[in-house]
Design a protein around this ligand. Structure first.
Ligand code: Z5A
Length: 213
């Protein structure tokens, strides 16, 4: 279903608290300042229906949903996000920057509680069928990232509550994913200052967009 629009689709991925949201904001600001028409969005969420599903997914007890039910809920949210937000913006030629997308489901639901990657991939090809043009995987020490994430006390801590071992499994999952999709995934060292990470991200994005920043 996912037709390729004129715009470019960039995603940020990584473990909780790795700095994805911060870097997505920075890149938007940088591109906007250079005259690029940018839309920043996020998952789960990014459309009104998907934001309602977000609350179901991120609040409550860690064992509230099985991994299989989560796959269905995240995919339902993503389908709405794609239909209502991402595809229209790409069709208008915008640069869409999403804080998480399908790679998160591949890693969080596909590789942490048994091997459900095949199920994730089948549902993705049936209902989403869209990959980003460019994906930044912000890689960092899970212990520091977890401290950052929990320090915010956002009330959306269901996944952070799975603990450090879970974050370490996630980190390896994202690095494996980068090896699976080398044409679009760039691993960025997130253990550095915000500015150092932002500069590297901006340089890669500018190169991909064929512009100077
Ligand atoms: N999830 C899933 O399981 N399956 C899916 O398909 C999808 C999601 C789409 C919510 O996602 C949860 O949903 C997530 C995975 C699951 N698990 N959890 N929890 P989310 O993206 O909304 O939540 P998150 O992963 O926890 O992201 P976040 O809260 O937005 O964190 P972040 O984007 O990685 O980090 P940040 O907000 O940019 O930074 C965290 C703090 O660190 C903040 O205070 C910053 O100022 C600080 N920071 C950032 N960068 C730096 C540097 N370089 N140095 C020092 N301090 C920094």
């Amino acid at each position: 279903m996912a037709e390729q629009g004129q715009g470019i689709f960039i995603t940020f991925e990584g473990i909780d608290g790795s700095g994805k949201s911060t870097q997505a904001v920075r890149l938007c600001e940088r591109l906007s300042a250079s005259g690029v028409d940018v839309l920043r969005t996020r998952e789960p969420g990014g459309s009104s229906g998907a934001e309602e599903i977000r609350a179901l997914l991120l609040q409550g007890e860690p064992d509230r949903w099985s991994a299989e039910t989560e796959i269905l809920l995240f995919t339902a949210a993503r389908r709405d996000h794609l239909e209502k937000t991402i595809q229209p913006a790409l069709a208008q030629g915008k640069c869409v920057i999403s804080d998480r997308f399908a790679d998160s489901t591949r890693v969080y639901q596909g590789a942490t509680r048994g091997d459900l990657r095949g199920t994730v991939d089948k549902l993705h090809s049936l209902m989403i069928g869209k990959e980003p043009d460019l994906t930044f995987i912000i890689d960092m020490d899970p212990k520091v990232a977890l401290e950052r994430g929990l320090a915010r006390n956002s009330g959306e801590d269901r996944f952070e509550d799975f603990g450090l071992g879970f974050q370490e499994t996630l980190r390896h999952g994202f690095l494996a994913l980068a090896r699976d999709f080398p044409e679009r995934c760039i691993v960025v060292d997130g253990n550095r200052s915000l500015e150092a990470v932002a500069s590297e991200v901006a340089a890669f994005a500018a190169d991909r967009l064929g512009i100077e920043l």
